[in-house]
Design a protein around this ligand. Sequence first.
Ligand code: SF4
Length: 513
Amino acid sequence: MSQLRAAAAAGGLRRSGGRAVPAARRSRKGASPRGGTQAPPPTPHVFSDPAEIGALRRNLLAWYDRCKRDLPWRTLAATEPDADRRAYAVWVSEIMLQQTQVATVIDYYNRWMQKWPTLQALAEASLEEVNELWAGLGYYSRGKRLQEAAKKVVSELAGRMPRTAEDLQKLLPGVGRYTAGAIASISYGQLSLQATGVVDGNVIRVLCRLRCIGADSSSPAVIDQLWDMANALVDRSRPGDFNQALMELGATVCVPKAPLCRECPVKQHCRAWRRVEKELAFASQKLFGKPTPVPDVEDCGVGGCPLCPPAMEPWDSSLGVTNFPRKAAKKQPRVARTATCVLERRGCHGAPEYLIVQRPSSGLLAGLWEFPSLPLDQDLQEEKQREALADHLRAWTGWPVVAGGLRFVGEVVHIFSHIHQTYVVYSLPLDGDVTLDPALTPSRWVTEEEFHASAVSTAMKKVLKAREKQRGEESSPGKGSKRKRATKPQGANSTRPGTQLSLRAFLRPPTSP
Ligand code: SF4
């Protein structure tokens, strides 16, 4: 199976409900790659009949009015009288929905709007608070950029959101063509200077199927064509509802793997569906021995058409409408291994506490908290991994941590968008109160509850879960644990209750297994 076809079979561009913007378009914020004149696309790939456009708008809007999901940002957009608050509410939802499913976003959105109901409130928040609320939602730079943009609106635009898609895109960092179009059409509706369409992952899928666009849907030529189509289709009197309806159709009916074509309100306008129907009719006639004319499969008929599936990758009847959209296969994610250590102690009432450190303020998971970690070379033997981690902890603490003192917990795999990350997890028990040198990497002790309320990534939550599972197995009588955890400090590390000591005093040599 080719790369393009594999992508089509795997569900097209995006997860259902995702709002991501293709990389090709993200990197071209505000710019059109088309210079000078360009031949209009062949007729089968466009909507050229005003009557059909009118019918599609009516059918889609009627379906949306009947079937739209009740979502908190829609309620706010429909009921909030203040235009700036309305635009802010839509903006937050659109940023959260990038690469993230609606069901996941709802809780985050409600908590966010409760904590920061206005741009001004968000502008006054700290990045730490933003990261804490965003923890688990992924793609953490989104929250940071949102807050930076809110600060800009407050400090440079007197708290007033730009009123057109063009200005939104031009003036707000992190707001691209799609998000600007969504905010302008949904928040301002009739007030926008010009009705504007939107193109996100769901819309790309729907439009490619409606017009049998089988060229790489992340290519600039196809993206531009889809924007032109979205702008031509958008209903002039209800632009916000129309755009949401198109996205809703992609999220709930025209889904990546098993679209519900028979229930689709625009199937009569869908060339991919029409083609499937014709092939079925043809097969049925053939089965019953009736004359079998060659079916009109609505090929574009234009040699070298830039929007048709490539000649080497023609329509595949077994895929039906999911022939579209197609996209070049993603680059394989980079494989990475990291050693991480759960440093733990008994807190008050005997409950465990964990030491977490803060990541640098730029790069992957910027500013988030994690267990002390060390990237590992690939193919490093287990023994060497342990030694490398012990060396790292030793350099950090100055205490003679030995490799044998690190207890292996297990391996935790987490997939980031571009990294296949394996955490090799160890634990190291400590005892007593510990103060840390503030000149070191920011760090702090947290209870389990505090850990989950902190700005920690989902990957780190998985790491802690692995450690807790191991502890549960060790303490369960039925599991026959052979290892007992020492609860008292020993030898030189012993301490009187209530004595405040340095970290190195508590990084004691390993307990006996
Ligand atoms: Fe999508 Fe099927 Fe509707 Fe066409 S008919 S738009 S493929 S759900």
